[in-house]
Design a protein around this ligand. Structure first.
Ligand code: ATP
Length: 451
């Protein structure tokens, strides 16, 4: 098993197998923008579903919300984004490239052989300027003052401005949380590394409102919860770590921030952030909107809750999971590429294959099993080509199991189940296939690539 996966290998597999395509390709592409193909959509759906299950469905203390993408412009003044959601930007007058002043050591200058910006005598860099990352748009037909708006750069603010609604209508009392999944937009200066840094991404954020004196406890709690979620869905321990920000690195609102980092091919980088935002957001929105945003208990107790926020994008999870799962090995002199994804993350849970695609009887049995399984699971039927090629195709998209209908099926109504990782095959009655699959999905899963 190999462990040195490059981003290029992930990009190439994603494209070859229809997970992710470069966007607008027939027009020459649009840098760092991607479209998701069938398997990418299925995988994203699984990640979103499993996050939602852990954060909302399996809990009594968190509810969901789905706020608008374009909010009142004052939201972004109150949140500090208009004034402060900026990156320091440097231009090179020679190569005409643009860099983040705080990431020069990760950037390459446009000249060859490429060095870091500023390291060749020809480099002619400007002073850093602040560049706001929010995309601006105009609401309504008239381009006049007051119609300027922004695409949200995070989903969190849509939660804070609904705090009062949820408190009253969902009758919640801290500690409780509000969760949201949806697209966020940032005009990143240096997007790149495949889906790791893109200009539009699907964020999954949860704001957990707590009494101020419990904030530290819940902050630690959510770091552990989220780390365990990644472990549960198969990311290897050796590739995960928690890094606590020093005071100088924290955002203006933060009283504590930790990143769950993954060892991506670009090095250890932020997968998910968990922040103790204190009462900053509710206080700001209360001030700017002149609406009281506080908790008032029946005994007259009142306070502005502190907020603990786990925030991540589906994109960063997807890259981490693809990198963690990607493997190449030689089996019986044949090389195979296999995605060892957690079975609940894999886009297709099982493939149903007639051994001989031209055999009407095998096709009929396989189709009937497929029709049964597809009602509850993401399964795929394939009768096209040699069986070895069909298996390899499923390995590359990470399908954990394949049910194969062969000669023996026609005699005794059993099928073989092939395991993606061990390649072991067992025979089971065709009538028990659905139960077998459901049991298999509930088994604990550990990456066969070790810890
Ligand atoms: P970075 O320092 O990498 O720019 P950030 O600290 O600005 O990230 P947050 O504002 O904390 O990121 O956003 C929360 C989460 O949203 C991140 O942990 C990451 O999972 C995701 N995210 C942020 N920006 C992007 C992006 N441009 N592309 C994909 N995912 C992103």
């Amino acid at each position: 098993m190999s462990d040195d996966v490059t981003m290029d290998q992930i990009v190439s597999l994603s494209r070859r197998r229809g997970f992710v395509f470069p966007s607008s390709e027939i027009y020459g592409g649009m840098g760092s923008t991607f479209d998701y193909g069938h398997y990418g959509v299925l995988m994203k759906n699984n990640i979103r579903e499993l996050w939602f299950e852990a954060m909302v469905r399996n809990r009594d203390d968190i509810v969901a919300i789905d706020s608008a993408v374009i909010l009142h412009p004052k939201v972004w003044e109150a949140s500090g984004h208009v004034a402060g959601f900026t990156d320091p930007l440097i231009d090179c007058r020679t190569c005409k490239l643009r860099f983040r002043a705080d990431k020069l050591e990760d950037s390459s200058c446009g000249l060859r052989p490429s060095k870091h910006p500023g390291e060749t005598p020809e480099c002619d860099l400007t002073e850093p300027r602040r560049f706001n990352l929010m995309f601006e748009t105009t609401v309504g037909a008239l381009q006049e003052e007051g119609s300027r708006a922004f695409l949200r750069p995070e989903t969190a603010q849509g939660i804070f401005i609904n705090f009062k609604n949820v408190l009253q209508i969902a009758r919640r009392k801290p500690p409780f949380g509000i969760a949201q999944v949806g697209k966020s937009f940032r005009n990143e200066i240096t997007p790149g590394n495949f889906l790791f840094r893109v200009r539009e991404f699907e964020q999954m954020e949860m704001e957990f409102f707590v009494p101020p004196d419990e904030a530290e406890k819940w902050y630690r709690y959510w770091i552990d919860e989220r780390l365990n979620w990644y472990r549960h869905y198969g990311l290897r321990d050796s590739k995960l770590r928690v890094r606590e920000h020093g005071p100088e690195e924290r955002s203006h609102y933060s009283r504590g921030t930790s990143d769950i980092e993954y060892d991506y091919p670009i090095g250890w980088s932020e997968l998910e952030g968990i922040a103790n935002r204190g009462d900053f957001d509710l206080t700001q929105h209360a001030e700017h909107s002149t609406t009281k945003l506080e908790y008032v208990g029946q005994d007259g107790e009142r306070y502005v809750p502190y907020v603990i926020e786990p925030a991540v994008s589906i994109e960063r999870i997807m890259v981490a999971m693809l990198v963690d799962a990607y493997d190449e090995e030689v089996v019986g002199e044949r090389e195979r590429t296999v995605l060892r994804l957690h079975p609940k993350i894999a886009p297709v849970t099982a493939a149903i294959l007639p051994l001989i695609g031209k055999s009407d009887e095998m096709v009929a049995k396989a189709r009937s099993l497929y029709e049964d399984l597809r009602r509850r699971h993401s399964v795929e039927y394939d009768d096209n080509g040699a069986i070895g090629r069909r298996y390899r195709r499923q390995d590359e998209i990470g399908t954990p199991w394949a049910f194969t209908v062969d000669e023996q099926t026609l005699e005794d109504d059993t099928v073989t189940v092939r395991d993606r990782d061990s390649l072991a095959q067992e025979r089971i009655p065709i009538a028990g296939a659905r139960d077998w699959l459901e049991d298999a999905l509930e088994r604990d899963w550990k990456s066969p690539r070790g810890n």
